[in-house]
Ligand binder design. Structure first.
Ligand code: BV8
Length: 239
């Protein structure tokens, strides 16, 4: 399989691509949803009901993410190489809110579920960098009557970011690769069908078969740090 046979590659990553960098996933053993109820900490209602609990949830994840030992892994770097060497169009869509793809050198990244190191004004939607703990007293500086900044995160029931661009690229993709995602959350879990509807070849790389593995032309089970470099090498070297 050589990359030269493709014109547009869309890659979707989930928590599994960051797992070997030391960031907890959601639905694996010891995952985030074992400790918190999703509706309490990742929904608009949860934020309205108890903003301090939600801010604390993301503060803990931000502190954990900012530990010096958290670094991009071989899977992140392999995707950078694919983006750099591929002569066609390349889009990396991530459900992850960490910035390990960017730290590794990925350029064309869409964080469809938001970004942990950013905060947003709920009125103007202006986004600012946020690397420290966030509290309810953090007010925006963009409005005449300042509002409390919120995490720049897409919660359940909220519209994911960049969908128009994502669907545009999916409608022209001829290769779709999903890496480290359980295929549980929509609309991301529906992207494979979007790509297949225009004839794209689809590959799933995942530690365990995802909930949507049967939709893929090829499913390869294993760790992202082993599978992604292998796939990229076979694409670039025409193996
Ligand atoms: C939407 C916040 C409307 C950021 C997240 C009722 C009301 C409203 C909506 C719905 C509803 N019912 C269903 C929906 C849709 C809902 C949804 O899908 N719910 C699910 C639970 C059924 N979706 C939404 O609400 C979305 N918005 O629908 O808007 C709309 C949309 C489109 C068009 C029109 C209208 C909003 C979804 C975003 C929610 N926010 N998180 C944060 O806190 O991080 S989702 C959350 O789950 C994370 O963001 C994460 O991105 C996402 C998916 O999880 P994964 O990344 O897949 O991680 P997971 O742990 O599940 O799996 C990890 C995988 O990795 C595993 O398979 C494992 O085997 C593998 N793995 C582990 N280690 C490795 C590995 N693989 C390789 N190597 C390893 N080493």
């Amino acid at each position: 399989m050589s990359v030269n046979q493709y014109k547009k590659i869309v890659v979707l990553t989930g928590a599994g691509v960051s797992a070997e960098s030391g960031i907890r996933t959601f639905r694996d053993k010891d995952g985030l949803w074992e400790k918190y109820k999703l509706e309490d900490v990742a929904s608009v209602d949860g934020y309205k009901k108890n903003p301090d609990l939600v801010l604390d949830f993301y503060n803990k994840r931000r502190q954990d993410f900012c530990r010096k030992e958290i670094k991009p892994n071989a899977a992140h770097y392999a995707l950078v190489e694919l983006e750099q060497q591929f002569s066609g169009e390349f889009l990396l869509v991530t459900q992850n809110i960490d910035n390990l793809h960017e730290q590794a050198g990925s350029k064309n990244v869409i964080h469809m579920h938001g970004e942990l190191l950013k905060a947003r004004c709920p009125e103007s939607n202006q986004v600012i960098q946020c690397t420290d703990d966030q509290s309810r007293d953090d007010l925006c500086t963009c409005c005449q009557y300042p509002s409390a900044l919120r995490p720049h995160i897409v919660w359940f029931g909220e519209m994911p970011l960049g969908l128009d661009i994502i669907y545009h690229h999916l409608s022209q993709a001829d290769l779709f690769i999903a890496i480290g995602t359980s295929g549980t959350v929509y609309p991301a879990a529906g992207f494979v069908e979007e790509a297949k509807s225009v004839g794209a070849y689809s590959i799933e790389l995942n530690l365990d078969p995802s909930e949507i593995h049967s939709h893929f032309d090829q499913v390869v089970q294993g760790k992202a740090t082993e599978l992604v470099p292998k796939l990229v090498s076979s694409l670039l070297n025409g193996a």
